[in-house]
Design a binder for this molecule. Structure first.
Ligand code: CA
Length: 423
């Protein structure tokens, strides 16, 4: 199913001039979907093109673009109805949008809205959220810090894409402020636990995969099917409370330390747009079981950066890494998730897990960058081991080849903890 086609032709240009700027992450070869509103108007589905948005809800209303035939798919303020269509319809819709926007034969009279004039919303209704732990570098760093440097990876790690079921209810769109969470805390020197604001508030640089095609309960999927079942990808910051986590996580894993907020970027870059940037997973330390073996390149070459800006100060880039380092691809995560017979639904969000590269400047969390506070990192206006109130984090992602495929930005600012009135 997955293949390069005319929508990946690097020679194509759009009549939307800003899309042809070589610095734009939204050329005609990308076409990410999002949900926007203008003023107090209703939510509408659109496609980013240069610094503009093509209004797909308007195009569906006038009959120019009707992926669902008689049934509207752009009238719900979310991408789920489009994602629930057969995969062939995803490709046909992308091809049709590219044709409409093409400088050669497109229609320059179509309705555009400037991105600077809109509010962007959560692009999907998040059905369920599962978070993985799939970077070998990240798992090794954390194991080295908290367990045993000689046996940093748990014995299961090289065999299973480790994950846990998270909260869909607190997945928010980029730009949403995040309150510092309160929680139960007990430091190594404390005799008793107490309740209060998290003091080790962290980020996790991740990529989110969005399931389009469901698999019914009891029907697992192959790696090739899983790759195709994923509709698209977003940048993700899985905010984490390390001091709450260290006290609560045994024996069932993280709970409140990960439940308070997860931020995703507003533009869903389709799996098809990433087709030119496929790369193979890193070499296997030990062979995976047959159901987890993949015979195609299911990773992507996506450059990712994290910037931190204290309140009133300029942003400092604190990490540069790449999604290609991930040991387990999103496709393999989906295979494993469905392997028990677990039903995966349209709108399910799978977090990759923190994406850390091999060098200290490519780590995807403050926990690793500051080595749990031992080595605070320098930023404009101060130094940081963990996040302070007023800090703003921005994650960006970009594929670069014959053309660019940008993800835009995923940002959030930390507000003080809500006062619960005592501990
Ligand atoms: Ca995470």
């Amino acid at each position: 199913m997955a293949a390069l086609n005319k929508t990946h032709d690097p020679a194509r240009r759009s009549w939307v001039e800003s899309a042809n700027d070589p610095d734009s992450g939204f050329p005609i070869q990308n076409l990410p979907y999002g949900v926007f509103s203008v003023g107090n108007g209703p939510k509408r589905v659109g496609v980013a093109i240069g610094d503009q948005i093509l209004d797909l809800t308007a195009l569906e209303t006038i009959g120019t673009l009707t992926p669902g035939g008689e049934t509207p798919v752009f009238d719900q303020g979310a991408l789920n109805p489009l994602m629930a269509l057969p995969q062939a319809a995803w490709s046909q819709t992308r091809a049709a949008i590219a044709d409409l926007l093409d400088a050669d034969g497109g229609d320059p009279t179509l309705p555009l809205v400037a991105q600077s004039d809109v509010a962007l919303h959560l692009p999907i209704y998040v059905r369920s959220f599962t978070d993985f732990y799939a970077s070998k570098e990240h798992a090794t760093n954390v194991g080295t810090m908290f367990r045993d440097p000689e046996n940093a990876l748990m014995p299961n790690w090289l065999h299973i894409p480790i994950g846990y079921n998270g909260r869909a209810s607190t997945v928010v769109v980029s730009g949403t402020d995040i309150h510092r969470p309160n929680g139960q805390l007990k430091g190594p020197q404390d005799t008793e636990p107490r309740f209060g604001p998290c003091a080790k508030l962290d980020i996790e640089l991740e990529l989110g995969a969005i399931v389009g095609t469901p698999n019914p309960m009891g029907q697992p999927v192959t790696a090739a099917q899983a790759y195709d079942n994923i509709f698209g990808y977003v940048l993700m910051n899985d905010w984490s409370a390390r001091d709450i986590q260290v006290w609560e996580y045994q024996p069932l894993g993280p709970f409140q330390s990960k439940a308070f907020a997860t931020t995703i970027s507003p533009w869903v870059v389709t799996r098809e747009a990433l087709e030119s940037f496929r790369v193979s997973a890193p070499g296997r330390v030990t062979p995976l079981l047959p159901y987890l073996q993949e015979d195609s390149a299911n990773n992507f070459d996506i450059q990712m950066e994290v910037a931190l800006a204290p309140k009133g100060a300029a942003a400092t880039t604190i990490s540069r890494t790449n999604y290609k380092y991930m040991y387990y691809s999103s496709a393999l995560q989906l295979v494993h998730h469905a392997s028990s017979g677990c039903a995966m639904e349209t709108g399910d969000l799978l977090g990759s897990g923190t994406i850390s590269g091999p060098t200290p400047d490519s780590f995807g969390s403050l926990l690793e960058l500051s080595w749990n506070g031992r080595d605070p990192i320098a930023v404009e206006g101060g130094a940081r081991s963990f996040l302070e109130d007023g800090d703003r984090i921005e994650i960006t992602g970009l594929c670069e080849g014959d053309y660019r495929v940008g993800f835009g930005a995923c940002s959030g600012t930390i507000l003080p903890a809500v006062d619960f009135g005592g501990s």
